[in-house]
Design a protein around this ligand. Structure first.
Ligand SMILES: [Zn+2]
Length: 89
């Protein structure tokens, strides 16, 4: 899923509200980040079985200097509607 302008503004607003002195890389100290244009996802380990209910959508940011990667939970950021998920069970 490609991020829209409103979603990008939510990410920027969130980072501004929770970081002190800017969003810096914990490895090299740089504040230069590249955000992926699309969301990624991880899933809970379940011994090779795939459960769509265990997927966590992520915003991915990569440090321009050292390539360290950080992720943010897109649901918790409010980037996605809860409707349409399989979490209702
Ligand atoms: Zn870095």
């Amino acid at each position: 899923m490609k991020l829209g302008d409103e979603q990008k503004r939510k990410i920027e607003s969130h980072l501004e509200s929770v970081t002190k002195g800017g969003f810096t890389c914990p490895i090299c100290g740089s504040s230069q980040w590249v955000f992926n244009e699309t969301l990624s996802e991880i899933r809970t380990f379940s011994y090779g079985k795939i459960s769509l209910q265990s997927l966590i959508p992520l915003v991915v940011a990569t440090c321009k200097t050292c390539s360290y990667v950080v992720t943010f939970n897109a649901l918790q950021l409010g980037l996605l509607e809860q409707e349409g998920t399989d979490d209702d069970a």
